[in-house]
Write a protein that binds this ligand. Sequence first.
Ligand SMILES: [Ca+2]
Ligand SMILES: [Ca+2]
Ligand SMILES: [Ca+2]
Length: 272
Amino acid sequence: MVFPTRSQVGLPVVWKRWIWKRGIWLLGITATGLIGPQLPAAAGTFVLDFEGLLDLESVQEFYNDGFGSLGSLYGQPLGVSFSDNVIVLKDVDAGGVAGDFGGEPSPDNIIFFRDGTEAKLNVASGFKDGFSLFYSAVLPASATGVQIRGAVQLFDGLDGTGNLLAQFDLPSTPRKGAPDPQGEFSPFFPLGTAFSGIARSVVLQGQARTVGFDNLTFGSATAIPGRFVPPPQFPDGSPLYPQEPSTPIPEASPLWGLVGLGLLAWRKGIAR
Ligand SMILES: [Ca+2]
Ligand SMILES: [Ca+2]
Ligand SMILES: [Ca+2]
């Protein structure tokens, strides 16, 4: 297109020319604002597997573009922050100092809460559809039957405020099951719930040091095992991301079973 000169057409056409040139540019900005990339109100399904944190490290802002208490960095802003009492345990089979568990869905780290009767997770950008996890909650050796050892609650406000969207109990689980060589809290079992609306916090309830958790799964009522590989960019609502296959764990040997029975008498908590 050839624009007429000012001398040819006078001032009004010059203004039309200015509007034509700049108008296209302004229109571009407006269109980008209307149909360009939008931050998702709720992320797609993702899993926190707690690998990459150090033994006994508090998770804190590790999954919120920040650091764990010992300086570990994840580097992906999944937007989940943890109350300070949520601590990582590394399996003693993998060199941990106190991780008395086995059969975790993503070796070798899990979490528990160190003190108090609940732990809180905030997801400021929200998540939807479902929440699930793997857990282990064994009873003291002298106990029989099944008891409720904790609960999981989902709220639409931060820090366990607002409306309760869904909840489920955590029944006690069998102890010392395959496949790890050793571990009182073994194996781990999946539980979860679907819900409507946008959740912004999760409250894990129970007595401190009595329940272990792993593979917290946001966006799905079915917990996903294995290592979570974060997408190159933060999710825009896509339903699921690829999972690495779980590393096979050797079967427990009879010798380790005898050693485990000997330890049974004096182990009382998931962290010795
Ligand atoms: Ca293990
Ligand atoms: Ca173990
Ligand atoms: Ca794990």
